[in-house]
Write a new protein. Structure first.
Length: 107
């Protein structure tokens, strides 16, 4: 294994790649929770968890955005953003995760 000398950087792509590598290391829900709690403030972790919950609600229910907002306390602006990324944006991260979890639940 070649070890690259770690240097400070502002290269967002490199930083994102390195974060992705770190996020792939936990082997359990507990380990992932520990990593997320170290990486994120409580408010950031809450926002991530809420976005994931909204993605699941948008994908698996027929609830209107206002109903989701009223039931979760998440702003309609955030719900619209999650819906756009779930249905329109090219990244499809929500879609891949939702499908993977659905397949795992079935299997």
């Amino acid at each position: 294994m070649v070890t690259r000398m770690l240097q400070p950087t502002r290269d967002v792509d490199r930083l994102t790649d390195e974060l992705c590598d770190a996020l792939l290391t936990p082997h359990s829900r507990d380990e992932m929770g520990q990593l997320l709690r170290d990486l994120c403030t409580p408010a950031e972790l809450k926002e991530l968890a809420e976005r994931w919950h909204v993605a699941r609600l948008l994908d698996r229910t027929d609830l209107w955005y206002r109903e989701i907002s009223d039931g979760t306390g998440v702003s309609t602006t955030t719900i619209v953003r999650v819906g756009r990324f779930l249905r329109q944006e090219p990244f499809q991260g929500y879609r891949h995760a939702l499908d993977a979890l659905e397949t795992a639940d079935v299997g």
